[in-house]
Design a protein around this ligand. Structure first.
Ligand SMILES: *Cc1c(COP(=O)(O)O)cnc(C)c1O
Length: 373
């Protein structure tokens, strides 16, 4: 048999552009021989709640056993918080895994999924794995254009992704706007809308989401939340979805039985009880955001106003060159070409000293460039 291996792989899988993570901080530090600052992945600079770490540690000794596959305790606690039965809650190995699960649940190569240009790259990846068509519409002022998105829906559209707030722009759409959009989706095609609310806890505005209400109304939404951001548990890999029971039931068909670890479940459960840690994280973020905005404005830059823990900074020149030069100063930020903004970088809000180092590095890089031209 001389059939080439690639022939065994469906064309739509072969065509996938794999996710390329940034350089690990340890590697940067080793190369430069200095301590580096990583403001690249929207992580919580405060770290996890000590109570979550404690709970994880306590779970380690029992880890010869498989995790409780139904994740009963954590799902029950989350269901209580959302005011829904636990049959409406599903856990994922990060909310990223739930993106794959919803895509596999709904899509075939004959179907379509839609979202905005300049949003979270894992949507495209999740859809690509199914062979379905992935459609994007342009943004308006760095925001999801829900009018344009509604206009792009056709009868074959089964899935819509709405990142609210959006990564990497840091912008949001209001609850009223989303509700009007959900009405349109219902009329046009009955697709499921994924409301990806990874940064919900950071949003300081009262007109933000009513996602719990929409789930309770039985609307076709899958609300995604994660423990990776404000809870500071990105490395544990755990997130969850809340949706009407029929949708969760269908997703369970494609869920692998032990998709979240016992350690992550224990940490998440404890993290939920540490409201004080969340409060401190949000407060620290607000201070850091103000610090960065002011510093960036002083450098003559106009970052996109953000309701999250990161900020998109249009530079008017290649973001990769700037981020590589900053890297040589020991500051890791993300160039944004791969997310749709070749002339921008995204900076995650860090601790005060980290933000200060970031601003100093950016200033140095910009001055050096100005001197050259
Ligand atoms: C970070 C992020 C997530 C969360 O990913 P996890 O898999 O839960 O770590 C989801 N959606 C968006 C838009 C994000 O930026």
């Amino acid at each position: 048999m001389t059939r080439p291996l690639d022939d065994l792989v469906p064309p739509y899988v072969r065509a996938i552009e794999p996710y390329r993570p940034g350089k690990p901080i340890e590697e940067v530090e080793r190369e430069l021989g200095i301590r580096a600052v990583k403001l690249a992945s929207n992580e919580n600079p405060l770290g996890p709640s000590p109570r979550a770490v404690e709970a994880a540690r306590a779970a380690l000794g029992g880890a010869n056993r498989y995790p409780e596959g139904g994740a009963w305790y954590l799902r029950r606690r989350l269901a209580e918080r959302w005011g829904v039965p636990m049959e409406q809650v599903i856990l994922g190995n990060g909310s990223g895994e739930l993106l794959d699960m919803i895509a596999r649940t709904l899509l075939t190569p004959a179907d379509e999924a839609a979202t905005s240009y300049g949003s979270f790259p894992l949507y495209e990846l999740a859809v690509a794995m199914t062979g379905a068509r992935f459609v994007t519409v342009p943004q308006r002022d760095y925001r999801f254009d829900l009018e344009a998105l509604a206009a792009a829906l056709i009868s074959r559209t089964k899935l819509v992704f709405l990142a609210n707030p959006n990564n990497p722009t840091g912008t949001m759409v209001t609850a009223d706007e989303v509700e009007a959009f959900l009405d349109r989706v219902e009329q046009v095609c009955g697709a499921v809308t994924v409301l990806d609310e990874a940064y919900a806890d950071y949003v300081p505005r009262p007109d933000y989401t009513r996602s719990a209400e929409w789930v309770k109304q039985g609307r076709r939404v899958l609300v995604l939340r994660t423990f990776s951001k404000v809870y500071g548990l990105a490395g544990y890999r755990i997130g969850y979805g809340v949706a009407p029971p029929e949708l969760i039931e269908q997703m369970t068909h494609v869920r692998s039985p032990f998709n979240t670890s016992a350690i992550a479940q224990a940490a998440a459960l404890a993290a939920l009880e540490d409201a004080e840690h969340v409060r401190r994280s949000v407060e620290m973020n607000a201070r850091g955001m103000a610090q960065l905005e002011l510093g960036l404005n002083r450098l003559g830059l106009e970052p996109v106003p953000s309701v999250t823990n990161f900020i998109l900074v249009p530079l008017g020149r290649d973001g990769r060159e700037v981020s590589e030069a900053m890297l040589r100063e020991g500051v890791i930020v993300r160039p944004m070409r791969w997310m749709g903004f070749p002339d921008a970088i995204r900076i995650s809000i860090g601790a005060e000293e980290e933000n200060a180092r970031c601003l100093a590095a950016l200033e140095k890089v910009m001055k050096r460039e100005a001197a050259r031209t």
